[in-house]
Design a protein around this ligand. Sequence first.
Ligand SMILES: Cc1cc2nc3c(=O)[nH]c(=O)nc-3n(C[C@H](O)[C@H](O)[C@H](O)COP(=O)(O)OP(=O)(O)OC[C@H]3O[C@@H](n4cnc5c(N)ncnc54)[C@H](O)[C@@H]3O)c2cc1C
Length: 455
Amino acid sequence: MEALAKLEKILGSAKIKTQTEELFVYGYDATAGLKNQMPLAVVFPESTEEVVEIVKWANEYKIPLYPRGSGTNLSGGTIPAAKGVVVELNRLNKILEIDLDNLTATVEPGVIINDLNEAVKPYGLIYPPDPGTVTTATMGGSVAECSGGLRGLKYGVTKHYIMGIEAVIGTGELLKFGGKTVKNVTGYDLPALMVGSEGTLGIITKIIVKLIPAPVAKKSFLAVFNSIDDAGNAIAEIIKNRVIPATLEIMDQTTIRTVEKFKNIGLPVNAQAILLVESDGYPEQVEMEAKIIRQVLEKNRGEVSEAKNDEEREKLWEARRAALPALAQVSPTTVLEDATVPRSQVPAMLKKLKEISEKYNLIIGTFGHAGDGNLHPTILTDETNREEWQRVEKAVEEIFKAALELGGTLSGEHGIGMAKNRFLLWEMGEAGVNLLKRLKLAFDPNNILNPGKMA
Ligand SMILES: Cc1cc2nc3c(=O)[nH]c(=O)nc-3n(C[C@H](O)[C@H](O)[C@H](O)COP(=O)(O)OP(=O)(O)OC[C@H]3O[C@@H](n4cnc5c(N)ncnc54)[C@H](O)[C@@H]3O)c2cc1C
C-alpha cells in the first residue's frame, strides 16, 4: 500500500509494524465484550516532530489514527474502530523536568504513572492520581481518560493536576495549552478540554503536572457490616461529619467471598460489606479524623479494626487491590462497569444493583470508590454464552439508567470510548452530543483522531 510505504519512509522501518502477527494484540484493549479490530499498522514515534509528521500523513491519505498508551482502558478507547494506524506512545517516555520551585513535573506521555511517583518521592512529593493500573498505565493515557483512583475522594482526579499540555491536534498543528502558572484564565480552559478527550482531539506529547507534599501520617481502618444499608449510611455520615478521608472503599459480599477464596487473607465471608477507610495528613489532623471515623463506623454497627503498623496496613489494602483480579478469575468474561452517583445516593445505588443482579440472574460483585460515589459493579459472565450475554447487556443498560435517575453519570473514571457511546444521549441530550461533535470538528476537521469514540 502506497500510503504505508510513505509512512515507513517518514519514520524508518524500526518504528513501524505491519505484519499480521505483530498487529494482532493492538486490536484489543482491556475492555470485555467488544469486537476486536486489527489495525493496518502500528507506529512508535520517538519525538513530537514524528507525531506531527504522522498526523500530517494521516490527513493526506485520510487514514484514521488511534493513539495508545498501555491499552489498559476499559471503554474500548484504543480499539481501531475503522481500519487505521495505531500510534503507540510508549517510546516518548522521558521525565523532562522536576521543578522544585514551582512543584511541577514535565513529562512525555509514555511515562508510567508510578515511575513519576518514584521519581518525586525523594523530594517528599506525590502525584496523587492512582488508578488501579498505576504501575502499567501511561501519563498520556491517564490524562486522555482523566483517570481517578483510590485517592480521588480527598485528592481529586487527573484533571485537578494538569497545568499544561502540548498536543498535536487533528490538523497536524502543534499546540501548547496552559503552562506552569497556578492561575491561567487566558481564553477557554483548553488544558481541561484535552483532559478526558480520549484521544479524539489531539495526540498529547507533553504534560505539565502539579505535585503536592506527601502526607506524613496515615491511619487505616477495616469495618465489617452485616447490612449493606449500614455500610452505605456510614459512608454518607463520615462525609456529613466533615471528614474527607484519603480513601473510602467498599467491597460487597460477592467480592469479599471471591477475594477470600483466591487470596485467603482472613476476610469475614459472612459479612454483607466491608469498608476500608484511610485518613492521611499531619499527625494531629489524622488523630482527630480517625476518632470521628471510628465513631461513625461503630454507630452504624460496623465492627472496626485498625491497622497498627505499615505491615497491617498493607494487608488491608491487599484485599482491595485483589478485588478485580479475584473476580476476574471466576468466569471467562469480566464486565467492569463504572456507574457513579452523588455519594449520598450510594446506599440507593447498592440496593438497585442487588435488584438488577436478581432480576437478570447474574453474579454482580460490587466494589469501588464509595466515598466519591464511584462504584464498580462487576458482572461475571461468559461472552460466548449468547443467552447470558443478552441478559448482561440488559443489566448494563439498567445500571446506567439507575445511575442517571439517581443524579449520577455514565462514567466516573473509565470514559465513554466505544463501550458507552449508545448511552451518551441519555446524559447529554441531542444538543449536548451535537456540541461534542462540533468541538471535535474544530480540533480535527477530517475526523482523523480516534474516530468512532465518544460521540
Ligand atoms: C485492572 C484495571 C484497573 C483499573 N483501575 C482504574 C482506576 O482505579 N481508575 C481509573 O480511572 N481507571 C482505571 N482503569 C482504567 C485504565 O487503566 C486507565 O484509564 C488508564 O489511565 C489508561 O492508561 P493507558 O496508558 O493504558 O491508556 P490507553 O488504554 O492506552 O488509552 C486510553 C485512552 O487514551 C488515549 N490516549 C492514550 N495515549 C494518548 C496520548 N498520548 N494522547 C492522546 N490520547 C491518548 C487512547 O486513544 C484511549 O482513548 C483500570 C483498568 C484496569 C484494567
